[in-house]
Design a protein around this ligand. Structure first.
Ligand SMILES: Cc1ncc(C[n+]2csc(CCOP(=O)(O)OP(=O)(O)O)c2C)c(N)n1
Ligand code: SF4
Length: 268
């Protein structure tokens, strides 16, 4: 199937600002799905609300554009009723880890076979640039004109600690790496998390004087390092990219649930 066949062309041009990283994530995701030869009728995407969540309007899969922070709850319901389908859940950092933080840790804990894509631009883009739990101390936002005093989560550490069985990080700059990691995450049987550092030049970039989209992508290139690379060894301040966890043996939730049903039916 051609790339264009995975897209709802009637909804283009998209709503993202020029230079936004979210379009690159859409590109990587479509290429990942196409490369795996997945039938679009076998994919369900659930999303919450946010610039990131708008992805669900542009892909020609089965899509549910739901409530802010609740995309994983909807995805859990779909997956339990139709375990044979592939569930993709793109979320912004606010969607995934502010209002949706509780759903995130529990979906990871259950190890349900869903792929969560956290598009981390460190701000609430859609609503005008409020700070998020990923902004970090010392950043400016419309709700922090004198800078934030809140520490940030580390998405990878949070996912690992909560029990996700595939955890990876990349950036919008590293498109081919994003395609590869997304394919591995989608193939993984269990809860997979791919954090993709994405740029919001309109709010985060402007307020924090990080320049235009290309300078923000330069940051993604120069301030991150691949796990196991010499660059990361030399400079531990770099943000690590790559696969942090890949546990193929953990029990997946829908399979475990099927076994419970089988046991219950035998007892009748
Ligand atoms: C229950 C509820 N609370 C708040 C909002 C307002 N709201 C919509 S999107 C959003 C945050 C978006 O930020 P993020 O999830 O990080 O995604 P981005 O837009 O940056 O991609 C908020 C607070 C809402 N729609 N529903
Ligand atoms: S506000 Fe930020 S996140 Fe939203 S579309 Fe514009 S650049 Fe992207």
């Amino acid at each position: 199937m051609a790339i264009k066949d995975y897209l709802r062309q009637r909804y283009f041009p998209h709503m993202w600002c020029p230079g936004c990283g979210h379009g690159i994530v859409l590109n990587a995701l479509i290429r990942a799905v196409q490369g795996m030869g997945l039938d679009k009728n076998d994919i369900v995407m659930t999303s919450g609300i946010g610039c990131s969540a708008r992805i669900s309007g542009y892909v020609d899969f089965h899509t549910l554009h739901t409530l802010h922070g609740r995309a994983l709850a909807f995805a859990t319901g779909v997956k339990l009723s139709k375990p044979e389908l592939t569930l993709l859940v793109p979320m912004g950092d606010g969607d995934a880890l502010a209002i949706g933080g509780n759903h995130f840790i529990h979906a990871a804990r259950r190890n349900i076979d869903i792929t969560a894509i956290v598009m981390n631009n460190r701000i609430y883009g859609m609503t005008g640039g409020q700070f998020s739990p990923l902004s970090g101390i010392g950043k400016k936002a419309t709700t922090a004109p004198y800078t934030t005093i809140d520490s940030n989560f580390d998405v990878v550490k949070m996912a690992v600690a909560s029990g996700a069985t595939f955890v990876a990080r990349t950036t919008a700059y590293h498109v081919l790496e994003a395609v590869d990691l997304l394919q591995k995450a989608i193939s993984h049987k269990g809860f997979s998390v791919v954090e993709i550092l994405s740029q919001c030049p309109t709010h985060y970039g402007r307020k924090n004087k990080e320049g235009d989209a290309s300078s923000m992508m330069e940051f993604q290139k120069s301030k991150t390092g691949k796990l196991g690379s010499k660059a990361l060894e030399k400079d531990p301040t770099l943000i690590p990219r790559g696969i942090f966890v890949d546990d193929k043996d953990a029990s997946e939730y829908c399979s475990a649930y099927d076994k419970i049903i089988e046991t219950a039916m035998k007892g009748r």
